[in-house]
Write a new protein. Structure first.
Lengths: 236, 95
């Protein structure tokens, strides 16, 4: 399906709520005879696929108790600054899968754009207006330090950098990354959110550690192995 | 998908046209437990990566592909397994 340049925006509005084509990639059993691409090259595609549809999840009507416990900011009275700009929600389709409710959002950080916490049915989402943070996580993932997004390449991140962002319970203290060379880098937590950039050519984060009520915790940061050599398209 | 690799999400069959113009690319682990996945989208013109985002169980390209959609630039959507063991990973392209 090719699209003419003319009227693309109109066409996008028409189809953005439309077709979702899902394909299942590569059953392990057939991988011995299939070609797998390296991270930096586009190779022929030989994987078995089929179509699947995923139903939307009903929008959350309130903040779940476990999410509220991790992020008390979500229970404070809303102010004008908590309202997401329309441009931030216009193409927010992926989060429909978890029932995120933008009307329950709270502003968590104003560093580099605005970062919002947005309650969903059984999780909480993070959205930054620059596009540099977009993910959702359950309370279990937050408490385990697994609420993370690693951006190897994206228009909102300089092509020379990678970005690691995530969520921890907002009561966490002494938060720091440990880099692959053993260096510890302190992390600023704002209402439970964090984000940091690292030069692709340097040491990258291997883990994050934090304390809650005197107990120490840590979790790995899953930076893909090829991140250092990734050839990212400069921001168009 | 083997450990720490990614795959094109279209097999060169009638779905091949999705390996062209799309607005979102996503990777999802459909099973139980937690698996780190990556969506990985390339510019078919020069092979550079346009969007590569990784997270646990689900990751989409969010708004990264809007410019390419608006300018009819061909892309290649991949779904990746960013874990140390083999898993089935769903790839999903949306227009």
């Amino acid at each position: 399906m090719k699209f003419a340049t003319k009227d693309l925006r109109t066409r996008r509005r028409m189809v953005v709520a439309g077709t979702v084509v899902a394909v299942v990639v590569a059953a392990v059993a057939v991988l011995a005879t299939t070609a797998v691409s390296s991270r930096n090259k586009v190779h022929p595609r030989r994987h078995t696929v089929h179509v699947a549809q995923r139903a939307k999840v009903a929008v959350a009507s309130s903040v779940s108790s476990d999410i509220a416990s991790d992020f008390p900011i979500l229970t404070r009275t809303a102010t004008a600054s908590d309202q997401l700009p329309p441009t931030a929600t216009a193409t927010w389709m992926p989060e429909q899968r978890v029932g995120a409710n933008a009307s329950l959002a709270r502003l968590a950080s104003s560093a580099e754009g605005a970062t919002y916490l947005i309650p969903a049915q059984t999780s909480v989402c993070v959205k930054n207006t620059t596009g540099a943070q977009n993910f959702c996580a359950s309370a279990t993932e937050v408490q385990a330090g697994q609420a993370q997004e690693v951006i190897v390449c994206a228009p909102a991140v300089p092509s020379t950098d990678i970005q690691v962002s995530g969520l921890l319970p907002s009561s966490a203290t002494d938060v720091s990354f440990t880099l692959t060379n053993g260096t510890s880098v302190p992390v600023t937590l704002e209402s439970g959110t964090y984000a940091a950039r690292f030069a692709r050519s340097g040491s990258l984060p291997a883990s994050i550690s934090w304390s809650i009520a005197g107990a120490s915790h840590s979790a790995p940061i899953d930076v893909p192995g090829g991140a250092s050599s990734e050839s990212c398209q400069p921001t168009p | 998908v083997p450990a720490n690799t990614d795959c094109a999400i279209s097999p060169g069959n009638p779905w091949d046209y999705w390996n062209g113009y799309f607005l979102f690319n996503a990777a999802e682990y459909p099973g139980a437990g937690t698996v780190n996945v990556c969506e990985h989208t390339y510019d078919r013109g020069n092979g550079d990566t346009v969007s590569d985002r990784c997270g646990n169980n689900y990751k989409s390209s969010e708004t990264d592909l809007e410019y390419y959609w608006d300018h009819s630039i061909e892309l290649s959507g991949h779904a990746g397994n960013n874990s140390s063991t083999s898993h089935t990973i769903d790839g999903r392209v949306t227009t």
